[in-house]
Design a binder for this molecule. Structure first.
Ligand code: ADP
Length: 507
């Protein structure tokens, strides 16, 4: 400003400051983005520049002589904020202030500025200079930022997530509050480096986590990895999703989120345990039931052979029905045992020519194929990484069903084919048989779910369950579609992730 500045920052003038020379007034007058005014010792407005008029909306003729208290809200006036400002400026040489203030039309803006006392040569107070600007836009931005930060903090708290950034060049870590909460470390404790963090990862998981990070960085891929972390109460599971960042192709950071998945992991382990137990039970039960059932079946046979002619006709009929029931039960138990064995036996994966698996399945079905005079068409089939024996089982079940559920009015025709998907082979067994209503398409893969009575078409209702189990163990899917020419097409996938894309083409 044009005046002399005293060491305390106050302005020294001999005459009344607002009577000062025209040049100074002209300069101040032109400033439009700041409201600049001089006040007398009572707080009455004595000068009023263009900026003040623009910001507050009062023309000079209205503002001049007006108590500056009018520039404050009723609440601020009630709290004596205007007087407090002047008193502090007089006592301390300056008073900074930020607050919502009303314009002439009553709307509020966020004023940010200061008041400085004006002193005469003898040190007496002769008035004040007040400068402020409209900081509404900036304030709104700050509020929004603070709100967004608060929302993020809250979201991270309820979802038990944290966000981190690992700066690769300095090896430093930046953590949000959520991360500290996740690791149960008092906020403010410094987790400065990647090494500090790695110390908290379970020793058995460290190598796997580091390998996942290295792979993501090397191949520019997002990383998803689950691992255990050490916390004061023991250990917890977290799932980390992150993404490498690059600067001109050079990796500079790995940033992402971590979320607590301890409960989910516990439930998963409990489910896996329950599944194992159930499978063990199914195995033991079906295995041990076979023997007594065989006994029932053979004694019924003996009864029929030895005494059949001595019994009443109705008794003979009952024995036949009992034998039939025992046989059905034997078939079901054998299938159940087969299912349990698939589950517990795991997979013996090898390079497997699908056409060989189909040929073996047809061989095993021999007796079922021949009498129905079926046409079996086998297309070009790939080579896959799979358990060949299990693949034979799948084809045997699907082709067997295709023949079993044939229509009486057309000779059965079964086509086995393959089609390459993006990351998998889609193998298909199509028939021209009875077809399957849409509403049963999911449930036929469930245990014991049959659409036909055993008296009409025999079966255990487990064949498709066994197929689904085998396919899922191979990380594939199985489903059924309509065959456009009538009948059904059962399709299943086998991942084709090993070897180049066309490695599976038959020669
Ligand atoms: P099962 O053949 O021993 O009854 P599955 O689990 O193999 O048991 O099949 C379940 C049910 O799905 C069968 O009972 C049958 O109703 C239906 N189904 C299976 N395959 C076919 C097919 N190719 N065409 C029509 N229906 C089928």
């Amino acid at each position: 400003m044009a005046q002399d500045e005293s060491p305390s920052g106050s302005t020294r003038l001999d005459r009344q400051p607002w009577d000062d020379d025209a040049r100074f007034r002209a300069v101040v007058q032109q400033i439009v983005d700041h409201a600049i005014m001089m006040l007398d010792t009572e707080g009455r407005i004595r000068t009023w520049n263009v900026g003040a008029e623009r910001i507050f909306g009062y023309p000079p003729e209205e503002a001049l002589g007006m108590p500056f208290q009018r520039l404050f809200t009723a609440q601020a006036r009630a709290e004596r904020a205007p007087e407090g400002e002047l008193e502090r400026a007089a006592a301390e040489g300056r008073c900074e202030d930020e607050r919502w203030q009303p314009r002439k039309d009553g709307t509020l803006f966020f004023a940010s500025g200061s008041v400085v006392p004006i002193r005469s040569d003898d040190g007496g107070l002769s008035g004040y200079t007040k400068i402020l600007r409209d900081g509404t836009a900036q304030r709104r931005l700050q509020d929004e930022l603070a709100e967004a930060g608060e929302r993020l903090r809250y979201a991270q708290e309820i979802s038990r997530t944290g966000t981190f950034e690992w700066h690769l060049e300095t090896n430093r870590e930046t953590w949000t509050e959520g991360m500290y909460r996740l690791y149960q470390i008092p906020s403010g404790t410094v987790i400065a480096t990647y090494a500090d963090w790695l110390q908290r990862v379970h020793p058995d998981d460290r190598q796997r986590v580091e390998a996942a990070f290295a792979e993501g960085i090397a191949y520019h891929q997002p990383v998803v990895v689950d691992f255990r972390i050490a916390v004061p109460e023991g250990e917890r599971w977290v799932s980390c999703r992150c993404q490498p960042r690059y600067d001109h192709g050079r990796p500079v950071a790995l940033a992402g989120t971590q979320i607590d998945i301890t409960e989910r992991k516990r439930a998963q382990f409990a489910l896996e345990r329950a599944n194992r137990d159930l499978n063990q039970f199914a195995y033991v039960a079906s295995h041990d039931l076979q023997e007594p059932l065989r006994m029932v079946r053979s004694y019924l046979g003996l009864l029929k052979r030895g005494y059949g002619d001595k019994l009443e006709a109705r008794a003979g009929e009952f024995i036949d029905l009992a034998i039939d029931g025992a046989e059905r039960m034997q078939r079901m138990i054998a299938s159940l045992l087969e299912l349990a064995t698939v589950e517990s036996g795991g997979l013996a994966k090898a390079t497997c020519e699908v056409r060989h698996a189909v040929a073996e399945a047809l061989d095993n079905l021999g007796a079922a194929v021949d009498p129905v005079n079926a046409t079996i068409v086998v297309g070009e089939l790939p080579i896959v990484e799979a358990d060949c024996g299990q693949l034979v089982r799948v084809f045997q079940n699907l082709i067997g069903n295709a023949l079993k559920y044939r229509r009486d009015d057309v000779p059965p025709r079964v086509a086995v084919s393959a089609e390459r998907g993006e990351r998998e082979w889609i193998l298909a067994v199509a028939d021209n048989g009875m077809g399957i209503e849409h509403e049963h398409r999911e449930r036929i893969f469930d245990l014991f779910h049959r659409l036909h009575s055993s008296a009409v078409i025999p079966g255990s209702g487990l064949g498709l369950s066994i197929c689904r189990k085998i396919v899922e163990l191979h990380h594939g899917r199985i489903w059924v579609e309509d065959n456009p020419g009538g009948g059904s097409v059962f399709k299943f996938t086998i991942p084709a992730d090993s070897g180049p894309p066309d490695s599976g083409q038959p020669d």
